[in-house]
Design a binder for this molecule. Structure first.
Ligand code: CP3
Length: 408
């Protein structure tokens, strides 16, 4: 098919003029406005300082904004789910992932389990990066053994079936769960929203499932790059809207996952991943400048400066990067992109450390906190917690971080 008709198919998504405007603004090179003291989400804040009467945001949100906090806030990627016995028990009553993530009461219960059991400073919505896809015209399934399964998208005709998103029609359960979570957690705990980035979502769309070598998407990248760009752009606009919807319904921070972008060469990252991450980040900053953003990529060692240059507030490091070196590289990536300040950092304990003894967990966690320093650090793992992790070790990790204090 010729490219002229390709672009008309893309425009055939009937994207509204306002969305296109937001999107073109999203590409502007100007730095986002500085965070304001406004509440971090449009929902009311209940955390009021009794002496001053001023609203205080949760500790995790303050750290993500680069403020110095009284201690280091902590949560764990993929903290809800597989490693918790209560969750495995609940899976017997709700055997599919779509039930567990799309029935609001069940999603709320699963989201609350790690918060209740460990006292994490963040409570992440139990959902998936694929959850918004039906709202864009893409059906998916989660096979309990192989993970996500999607009808492969390989042609312009397939792309033509994508349509603009209306999350209130396609994912109202996300709003209901987020609103309930805001009521359920303490005012000092942040409710965390998240989205998948276009490149990582496209790996599932083009491959049809999880992959080891990503050859189908890479074939498209080198043989039909315009087709891949059309998919990525449609995803970026839809996912940006979906992130705003999460914020409007209670999410106080948005983490963007581009988990599989670490398989790209830096040049391809610059062309196929970073611009679309930036579209989403800029849509958020444009409308909600006080809501912090976090970006995560697995195997991001070669990409740290580039991640920071997107203007994301916090770079989430995996464990292949030394925390002190990561800090310097985030700073220099921001400076090169004309952004001020050192930027925030999240991470970066190897999830496998949680299989060690308590003394090892403490030593490794404290080393990272020392290297990160007292400002703008959110403690986390370098990737999702492993399914076989003993719950008492996860509890000990959270407790260790909550008890740690930086000297002076
Ligand atoms: O792990 C990451 O890199 C984070 C980004 C990511 C998520 N989902 C976020 C998520 C990725 C890459 C996915 C895709 C996905 N979806 C996979 C991985 C498959 C692969 O390619 O390796 C899987 C197994 C799913 C389906 C899924 N998502 C299940 C079965 C579950 C529940 C239990 C479990 O396995 O953890 C999820 C939950 C999920 N995926 C959350 C997030 C942020 C839940 C919230 C949390 O606790 O973090």
């Amino acid at each position: 098919m010729k490219l002229a008709s390709a672009s008309s198919i893309l425009l055939g998504m009937a994207i509204s003029a306002s969305t296109l405007m937001t999107t073109s603004l999203a590409f502007s090179a100007s730095a986002p406005p500085p965070p304001t003291a406004a509440a971090t989400s449009p929902m009311s804040q209940t955390n009021v300082d009794p002496t001053s009467g001023r609203t205080i945001d949760p500790i995790l949100i303050r750290a993500a904004r680069g403020e110095r906090t009284e201690r280091v806030p902590v949560w764990m990627m993929r903290q809800a789910g597989r490693h918790i016995a209560e969750y495995r028990e609940l899976c017997k009553r709700y055997p599919t992932f779509r039930q567990r993530s799309e029935i609001p009461d069940v999603a709320v219960e699963v989201s609350l389990q790690p918060y209740r059991n460990y006292g994490t400073d963040g409570c992440i919505l139990f959902s998936d990066i694929l959850t918004p896809l039906p709202g864009l015209g893409i059906e998916f399934d989660i096979d309990e053994r192989v993970g996500p399964v999607v009808e492969p998208m390989r042609s312009w005709d397939d792309v033509g079936r994508m349509h603009p998103i209306d999350p209130s029609a396609s994912a109202p359960f996300v709003a209901e769960a987020l609103r309930t979570l805001r009521d359920e957690v303490s005012p000092d705990t942040a409710v965390l929203g998240f989205v998948g980035c276009p490149y990582t979502l496209a790996t599932y769309l083009v491959e049809g499932r999880t992959s080891r070598d990503y050859l189908e998407i890479k074939k498209m990248m080198y043989a039909e790059p315009k087709l891949l760009h059309a998919i990525l752009k449609n995803l970026a606009i839809g996912i940006g809207e979906y992130a705003l919807y999460q914020i409007e319904n209670g999410a106080q921070l948005i983490q963007i996952f581009d988990s599989w972008a670490g398989h790209l060469s830096p040049r391809d990252y610059d062309e196929f991943a970073a611009p679309y991450q930036k579209m989403i980040l800029d849509m958020i900053k444009e409308k909600y400048p006080a809501v912090p953003t976090v970006a995560y990529i697995k195997h991001s060692g070669a990409l740290v400066e580039r991640m920071a240059a997107t203007g994301v507030d916090v770079v989430s490091l995996d464990w292949t990067v030394d925390m002190a070196e990561g800090r310097e590289r985030i700073s220099s990536g921001r400076a090169r992109a004309g952004l001020s300040g050192p930027g925030g950092v999240q991470g970066n304990l190897d999830p496998a450390v949680l299989f060690g003894d308590f003394a090892t967990i403490k030593e490794r966690a404290e080393e990272i906190m020392k290297k990160a320093g007292p400002v703008g650090h959110v403690m986390n793992l370098g990737h999702g917690i492993e399914a076989a992790t003993p719950e008492e070790n996860a509890a000990y990790f959270i407790e260790t971080v909550r008890n740690y204090r930086h000297e002076s």
